[in-house]
Design a protein around this ligand. Structure first.
Ligand SMILES: Cc1cc2nc3c(=O)[nH]c(=O)nc-3n(C[C@H](O)[C@H](O)[C@H](O)COP(=O)(O)OP(=O)(O)OC[C@H]3O[C@@H](n4cnc5c(N)ncnc54)[C@H](O)[C@@H]3O)c2cc1C
Length: 448
């Protein structure tokens, strides 16, 4: 039997487990540092996107396979080391994601009121590591820096009324804060132009369909330089559709909705203003160089904002003993084989965001994981077998260390507890955010 440890139960980890089970005689243990599986499908995808969230139903089926075990609440690197996993498993697949937010790197970034968009996402998705009182949403004006779907997600969540979000699985404490939100203006700021934005059209359109917010877009924001004008003619259809959506908004009169989304382009933050707390954001107008990168023009302006959300990408989460490229934030690999000092490390593989960076949609991780598992299965006949053959050895080791492992039964109990909590509040499900409460629920106790 081939024993494989998968580190991370996000889409990449689960798709890797699925590909392995098709191989036949395998045992796959999927570890996660969190008590709940599915990574960013549970803790990233916006709560008002239930169709995307329902991907977890397909992921769930994989973890129900008898050849796969979910071992939640186990942090690899601290509670069990990578070296130990190599002794217990024939191969290890790293699928630990890339959830460290990239920073703006400008003065004032650490002032109170300046956050990464990831902080807000983790909070509204009920991530156990997100302090429940992290956000009060008392800022009237918020600046969101970034031009990808995460920037759109946080903008939409701040722009919607609480009544539009009550039916979601958001934790109760989040709904209470949203109820008292004073947010009125959201400035969505892109460092490059509308053609360089990474929005997908469906998510972009949603901003224009908000019933609680008007979109303000000065036609000047859509002015294209000569290179961009030429590029538009041959651009990707998504880019052209996005541009059409933006052009339509620039011509649309506002209709007096309570909140306003201001779309801005070609502006890069140069300083977060304020003494102790954020009071604004100083921006510098940019131009695109030949490579399409934004460079400053020296012309500056200021946006009043008492909350800043930085959504400029993510980099890899490092696990002790694993090489992460400083520049790219990924584990160097070839076809999913981890490279150490330039050579493939025997029995060590990587998939998902930590392999290719924070790009692509959930489905992209499926083909990515398949490539990795294909390499693993090609190598399998020549891999030295793990010295320890007992399939339960990891469980024994973790029990000796007093680690409270959340197994599949534990996760099922959490699901029931969240459904009960939701029912009591008139919705399908309400997330439990607190780690201790999750562990109590996993043990079949009260959610608390
Ligand atoms: C805010 C946000 C919203 C998104 N929305 C969408 C969307 O609507 N549609 C879409 O298609 N894509 C969306 N994505 C992208 C999608 O979530 C990713 O493509 C996908 O989650 C990447 O999968 P992954 O398995 O590589 O990483 P992740 O999903 O991050 O999973 C990594 C897992 O590893 C675990 N882990 C980390 N370190 C350790 C450790 N030391 N020990 C044990 N476990 C560990 C983590 O707890 C986590 O569960 C979104 C991304 C973000 C950030």
């Amino acid at each position: 039997m081939l024993k494989v440890a998968v580190i991370g139960s996000g889409p990449a980890g689960v798709y890797a487990a699925a590909a392995l089970t098709q191989h036949g005689d395998v045992l796959v243990d999927v570890f996660d540092r969190l008590p709940c599986p599915f990574g960013l499908v549970r803790y990233g995808v916006a709560p008002d996107h239930p169709r995307i969230k329902s991907i977890s139903t397909a992921l769930q089926k994989v973890l129900e396979d008898p050849a796969v075990r979910f071992l939640g609440n186990v942090e690899v690197g601290t509670q069990i080391t990578l070296e130990e996993l190599h002794r217990l498993y024939d191969a290890v697949i790293l699928t630990c994601g890339a959830m460290v937010a990239r920073r703006l790197g400008v003065p004032g970034e650490d002032l109170a009121g300046s956050f990464s968009a990831t902080d807000l996402v983790a909070w509204y998705c009920g991530h156990p590591d997100a302090p429940i009182d992290r956000f009060s949403l008392q800022a009237r004006s918020v600046a969101v820096v970034g031009s990808g779907n995460v920037a759109l997600d946080v903008t939409r969540m701040l722009a919607k009324s609480v009544d539009e979000l009550r039916h979601t699985d958001m934790p109760d404490h989040v709904l209470k804060v949203l109820e008292r939100s004073r947010v009125e203006d959201i400035h969505l700021i892109g460092r490059r132009g509308p053609l360089q934005a990474k929005f997908t059209t469906k998510e972009l359109r949603e901003i224009g369909e908000l019933s609680n917010a008007d979109v303000f877009l000065d036609p000047k924001e859509l002015a294209l330089d000569e290179t961009s004008r030429e590029r538009l003619a041959t651009a990707d259809p998504v880019v052209r559709r996005n541009f059409e959506v933006l052009q339509a908004w620039a011509e649309r009169p506002p209709s007096g909705r309570p909140r306003r989304v201001h779309m801005r382009f070609m502006l890069r933050p140069v300083e977060v203003l304020g003494d102790v707390e954020v009071s604004g954001l100083r921006l510098e107008r940019t131009r695109l160089d030949r490579a399409g990168l934004a460079t400053g023009t020296g012309e500056t302006c200021t946006v009043d904002a008492s909350m800043i959300l930085c959504a400029v990408g993510h980099r890899g989460v490092s696990i002790p003993g694993v090489p992460v490229d400083e520049q790219t934030g990924v584990i160097p690999s070839v076809a999913g084989r981890v490279l150490r000092a330039g050579s493939a490390a025997p029995g060590e593989y990587v998939a998902g965001w930590i392999k290719r960076g924070a790009t692509g949609v959930i489905g992209t991780n499926k083909s990515d994981a398949k490539e990795t598992v294909t390499s693993l299965l090609e190598d399998a006949p020549s891999l030295p077998p793990a010295p320890v053959r007992d399939p339960d050895a990891a469980l024994h080791l973790l029990a000796e260390r007093g680690v409270n492992v959340v197994t599949w039964q534990g996760w099922t109990a959490i699901e029931l507890a969240e459904a009960d909590l939701g029912r009591a509040q008139g919705r399908e499900r309400a997330k439990i955010a607190d780690r201790e409460a999750l562990l109590r629920a996993a043990a079949g106790g009260a959610a608390g």
